[in-house]
Design a protein. Sequence first.
Length: 172
Amino acid sequence: MRRAGPLLACLLWMSAGSGLHAQPSADDRSLHTYLQARFHEDRETWPDTRYVAAWADLDGDRRPEALVYLISGDFCGSGGCNLMIFTLEGRSWRQVADMTVTNPPIRLLATSSHGWRDLAVTVAGGGARAHEALIAFNGRSYPRNPSMGRTLRRGVPGRVLISDGDQGRPLF
């Protein structure tokens, strides 16, 4: 049997830290439990609610924050769906941001504002011409309405965290 080469070892290492694993991590399970409790009132009226969770260290503390894209009639409208950001605080989660009218792809940019990484989200629908908006941390949160963000020029590099093909997983 041949040993794995450096490229394969590197790919395995990268996938282990990127959420590309078969078993959900303890943070994935903790976040899912937290979201179910947080949105328990929606279970009856929006039982088909789904979400996509992506992980990225936004504040440079070497612990990833959770970006949660909520998909349901309660969290989506003609302009897109809600994107929330949570950070692990003790044994629970603290909400850092709640943005409306976002659409994938949602990307992590190399730039930062007030010590937190900038994001790019697609703004479309609701009468807006589709474009990518820069979402910058303002010292306390990310802006509630990304359509007010600066339009990004084409070709700004960034890593896709949530793609437009992500269907999400059931919340309930």
